[in-house]
Ligand binder design. Structure first.
Ligand SMILES: Cc1cc2nc3c(=O)[nH]c(=O)nc-3n(C[C@H](O)[C@H](O)[C@H](O)COP(=O)(O)O)c2cc1C
Length: 407
C-alpha cells in the first residue's frame, strides 16, 4: 500500500483523496483585464486529470490596486462569475479538490504595474539582482485601509466559494502582505497592528476570522506560512510556531509550510547543496511543528522523489506533500507516482547567464511551461531562457500601455 494514496479527512470533515498536492504557482495567464482565460482553465483541466488530491491555484489578487504580476487574476467582484465557475469546474468528474490561493502582495508588487505600493510600514525592499521588483518606498496602510483589505480577503473568498472552488488558501508566506505584517523587519507599526508578536499576528487572525464568517465552518480555509523569513531580525522559527498554535486554535483546516521572501528566496531552496539535502528543505521545522498542533500539515519545497514523499507521510511527519515546479514540467506526476510509473521528477531551467534575469527565471521559465500546457502543447525542458525573458518583458510593457490609456 502506497501511503500517498490514503485519504485525509480535514478537521471539518472534508476529505482529500490522496496526499499529493500541487502547491500554488502564479500562472500569469489572465487576460489584460486580469480575468481568467480558457488557457488557464485548460491548464487546470490537464492537472485535474493528473491525479493530485489537491490543486491550489496560483495567487489570485484580492484587489486590482495591488497586483503581483502583469497577468495575475484579480477577483474583487462578481462580474466574471461565468468564467470563474468554468475554472472551478475544471476538476469536475475527478476526485481532485481545487482551492484558490488569495493574496495581497503589499510591498512585493511590481512598481511598474501598480500606481501605489501599500504595506504595513514604509519599509522598502532591498533586492539584489531583481530589477523588476520595486525598491520604491511603500506607503504604510492606515487603520481604515487595513480593515478594507481584511474585508477584501473575505469578499474574494466568498465569490470564489460561490463560483465552486472547494476551498481557499490564504497566502501568508514569501514576504507578501500577511507575511509583512508578521515580520518585525517589515512591520514597525506602533499601533495595535505592530510591535509584539500578538499585535503582528492580529492581521492574519482577523483575515482568517472574517473569511470564516463569510464562508462558514464547512468550507476549508488553509494558509501557507513561512517557517521563517531567513533574515536577521525577521520572522523567526519560534514566532512561526506561535502563529501555528494561534491559527490551529482558531480552527484553520490545513497549514502549508514554506519559507523565505523576495529578499531571501529560501522557498526555492539553497542552490549549492547536494540533491538529497535539497529535497524537502523545511522538513526539520515541520517535525517540530508536528509536536505542537493537531492541524493537518502540508510541506512544500524540494520534493522530487516518490521515496522521500512516501517516507515523509509514512513516518507521520506530515500529512500532505506539496509540489510546485515539477508539476509545471510533469503535469501527470501524481498519477505517475501513485501508479508506480515514475519515481523521480527533476527539473532544470535553461538560464541566460545574466544574474539579474536568471533570478526571475526561477518563476517565469515555469510560467511559460504552464502556458504550454494550457495551450495543449507538451512541456519543453529545453525552453530557451532568453525567449522566456523577452515574452515576459512584453507583458510588463503591455500592462504599462494599458495603464497609460486608462488615465
Ligand atoms: C512559477 C512559480 C510561481 C509560484 N507562485 C506562487 C504563488 O502564487 N503562491 C505561492 O504560495 N507560491 C508560489 N510559488 C512557490 C511554490 O509554491 C513553492 O513553494 C516553491 O516552488 C518550492 O516548491 P517546489 O520545490 O516543489 O517547486 C511559485 C513557484 C513557481 C516556480
Amino acid at each position: 500500500m502506497n501511503e500517498l494514496e490514503e485519504n485525509l479527512m480535514l478537521p471539518n470533515g472534508v476529505v482529500l483523496h490522496n496526499r499529493i498536492a500541487k502547491s500554488a504557482m502564479s500562472e500569469n495567464l489572465s487576460n489584460r483585464y486580469h480575468e481568467p482565460t480558457p488557457v488557464l482553465i485548460n491548464l487546470y483541466k490537464k492537472w485535474a486529470q493528473g491525479g493530485a488530491g489537491l490543486l491550489i491555484t496560483g495567487n489570485i489578487m484580492i484587489t486590482s490596486d495591488a497586483i503581483g504580476e502583469p497577468r495575475n487574476v484579480v477577483v474583487q467582484d462578481r462580474k466574471n462569475m461565468k468564467i470563474l465557475t468554468q475554472w472551478a469546474n475544471s476538476v469536475k468528474g475527478t476526485e481532485t479538490h481545487l482551492w484558490a490561493q488569495i493574496n495581497h502582495p503589499g510591498r512585493q508588487a511590481m512598481k511598474e504595474i501598480n500606481k501605489k505600493l501599500k504595506a504595513p510600514s514604509a519599509v522598502p525592499l532591498k533586492m539584489s539582482g531583481r530589477k523588476n521588483v520595486s525598491s520604491k518606498i511603500p506607503e504604510a496602510l492606515t487603520e481604515s485601509e487595513i480593515l478594507t483589505v481584511i474585508d477584501a480577503f473575505a469578499n474574494t473568498s466568498l465569490i470564489l466559494k460561490e463560483a465552486g472552488f472547494s476551498g481557499v488558501q490564504i497566502h501568508g508566506a514569501h514576504g507578501y502582505l500577511i507575511s509583512q505584517f508578521l515580520s518585525p523587519k517589515t512591520n514597525i507599526r506602533k499601533d495595535k497592528w505592530g510591535g509584539s508578536l500578538a499585535n503582528r499576528t492580529r492581521f492574519v487572525v482577523e483575515v482568517y476570522r472574517k473569511i470564516r464568517a463569510y464562508v462558514g465552518d464547512k468550507f476549508p480555509i488553509g494558509i501557507k506560512l513561512n517557517s521563517s523569513d531567513f533574515q536577521k531580525g525577521g520572522f523567526s522559527e519560534e514566532e512561526s510556531m506561535e502563529v501555528v498554535k494561534i491559527l490551529s486554535n482558531e480552527g484553520i483546516d490545513l497549514i502549508e509550510v514554506s519559507g523565505g521572501t523576495y529578499e531571501s528566496p529560501m522557498m526555492m531552496g539553497k542552490q549549492k547543496t547536494s540533491t538529497k539535502e535539497r529535497e524537502a528543505y523545511f522538513m526539520k521545522y515541520i517535525e517540530k511543528v508536528r509536536k505542537i498542533t493537531d492541524t493537518p500539515l502540508m510541506l512544500t519545497g524540494g520534493f522530487r522523489t516518490a521515496l522521500v514523499m512516501q517516507d515523509a507521510v509514512g513516518s507521520n511527519k506530515l500529512d500532505v506533500i506539496g509540489v510546485a515546479r515539477p508539476f509545471a514540467v510533469f503535469p501527470n506526476m501524481a498519477n505517475d507516482i501513485l501508479k508506480g510509473k515514475r519515481n523521480e521528477f527533476q527539473t532544470r531551467i535553461k538560464r541566460t547567464g545574466v544574474k539579474a534575469i536568471d533570478g526571475m527565471m526561477n518563476i517565469i521559465w515555469y510560467e511559460e511551461q504552464l502556458k504550454r500546457i494550457g495551450n495543449g502543447n507538451k512541456t519543453n525542458p529545453e525552453l530557451n531562457g532568453w525567449l522566456v525573458f523577452f515574452k515576459y518583458l512584453w507583458l510588463i510593457v503591455d500592462k504599462k500601455i494599458i495603464e497609460v490609456f486608462k488615465k
